[in-house]
Design a protein around this ligand. Structure first.
Ligand code: COA
Length: 157
């Protein structure tokens, strides 16, 4: 019997849930992206929490190159962390993740998506503003180094 040609591998990035097998990559991403990164164990705990979801951008052959960690809190979605590997930035990966978060919030009939961001983080603020997030409050000295946090929210309904 003649064997059929295999389809070409899918190389387009796609958003999918992060699994335990991805944790080394996600921990490395945390390390290069944040001054106070989640350790691998903390990330593993996130995967176990019924109220948490961790989504990643899988970009073959690189594996997970961006991720978002979120919590489902009553009728709100709280974005805990979002990061893209430095070499893979400005390719729309965080945009794909934010879109997935907003889609999830809509499907779950959540009222809003909420997050904290440093006022100095112009890249992240520009990203969030593209999705309609607006500043609703400031949390003074929220971060370990004493920087304030801006609380930003986007309405879903
Ligand atoms: C913020 C971050 C997640 C963006 O990830 P990314 O995958 O590069 O973002 P995208 O390519 O999807 O960019 C989407 C939009 O965000 C904005 N943006 C992203 N990076 C930007 C930058 N360096 N400067 C200005 N705007 C930026 C732009 O509007 C961009 O759209 P454009 O490329 O069409 O102009 C990434 O820079 C990162 O991981 N930073 C370190 C971790 C961090 O600060 N996370 C946020 C914590 S609150």
């Amino acid at each position: 019997m003649a064997s059929e040609a295999l389809p070409p591998p899918c190389v387009a990035p796609r958003v999918r849930p992060v699994t335990l097998e991805d944790l080394d990559q996600v921990a490395a991403l945390e390390l290069e992206s944040f001054s106070n990164p989640f350790a691998r164990d903390a990330l593993a705990s996130e995967l176990q929490r019924s109220w948490a979801r961790v989504l990643g951008v899988d970009a073959p052959p690189h594996g997970i190159v961006a991720f978002v960690d979120l919590w489902l809190v009553a009728d709100e979605v709280h974005v805990i962390n979002v990061a893209t590997a430095a070499r893979h930035r400005r390719r729309g990966h965080a945009r794909a993740l934010l879109q997935a978060v907003l889609d999830m919030a809509r499907v779950r009939r959540c009222a809003s998506v909420l997050l904290e961001v440093r006022p100095s983080n112009r890249a992240a603020i520009a990203l969030y503003e593209r999705f309609g997030f607006a500043v609703i409050a400031t949390r003074p000295r929220y971060y370990d180094d004493g920087e304030d946090a801006l609380v930003m929210t986007a309405k879903v309904r």
